[in-house]
Structures are given as structure tokens and as C-alpha cells.
Design a protein around this ligand. Structure first.
Ligand code: TYC
Length: 120
């Protein structure tokens, strides 16, 4: 009985150059299973007490932004309640959060930030 199912294309042995200058036969190709690492964004939160100047300095110092960029990010946080300061691997994002919280605590400001997975 003939099937309606579309047939997968036949597996064709492929010849590829090898390291010795010859050719190897590749009988099967597998789909790459390694996924890119999940990235985390460091989100800074607004509050009513931390001075704007302090936030700008923190963003420059820990997130590598220049004065102009840091000021824009600070103003966005001030107006919207929160803003992304940078996107990193999980460990680096966690370190940035620790650095910001420690600097804020030392200076006596309630500035808070968190890291969260980037949705894609
Ligand atoms: N809202 C603060 C003020 O008016 C400034 C501020 C901006 C605080 C960003 C925190 O993440 C912040 N002084």
C-alpha cells in the first residue's frame, strides 16, 4: 500500500576533507545540541532616596558606560521605575549585582538591583 507520508531524503555519504589532506566519509550528520548560554540582564530599580549622581557613577563604574550613556540609563530608571544596565552570563550578572549592592550599602543608599534571565 502506498503511504501519503513524505519520505525523508536518503542519507548520502558525504566526503569531507580531513586533517591529513585526504577525505573522510561522513555517514550521518547530527543536529548540534549545544545551546548558547542563557544570558542575564542586570536590572536596576528606582527609589526615592539614592542621589542621581551616585547612580550615574555606579553605572559607569560597574557597567562600563560613559557619562552620557549612564545618565540616560539612570533617567530611564528614574522615570520608568527600572532599567537594564547590562546583559551578562549568569555568574557575571550575579557579581555585578553584588558589587552594586555593596557600593550602595557602604554609601548608605537604598539602591537595589537584580539579575533576571533574558527572555527570547
Ligand atoms: N529617584 C532617585 C532620585 O530622584 C534617583 C534614582 C535613579 C534612584 C535611579 C535609583 O536606580 C535609581 N534621587
Amino acid at each position: 500500500m502506498a503511504s501519503d507520508k513524505p519520505k525523508a531524503p536518503p542519507t548520502v555519504p558525504l566526503r569531507e576533507p580531513d586533517r591529513e589532506g585526504g577525505f573522510s566519509v561522513v555517514l550521518e550528520r547530527r543536529t548540534e545540541k549545544v545551546k548558547p548560554p542563557h544570558m542575564y540582564q542586570v536590572v536596576m530599580l528606582n527609589d526615592d532616596y539614592t542621589p542621581m549622581e551616585f547612580v550615574v557613577v555606579v553605572i559607569q563604574e560597574f557597567f562600563g558606560k560613559d557619562l552620557e550613556q549612564a545618565t540616560q540609563i539612570m533617567l530611564k530608571i528614574h522615570l520608568d521605575g527600572k532599567g537594564v544596565c547590562g546583559v551578562y552570563s549568569k555568574d557575571v550578572a550575579a557579581t555585578k549585582v553584588d558589587q552594586v549592592l555593596e557600593a550602595a550599602h557602604k554609601a548608605g543608599h537604598p539602591l537595589k538591583c537584580v539579575s533576571e534571565p533574558v527572555e527570547f
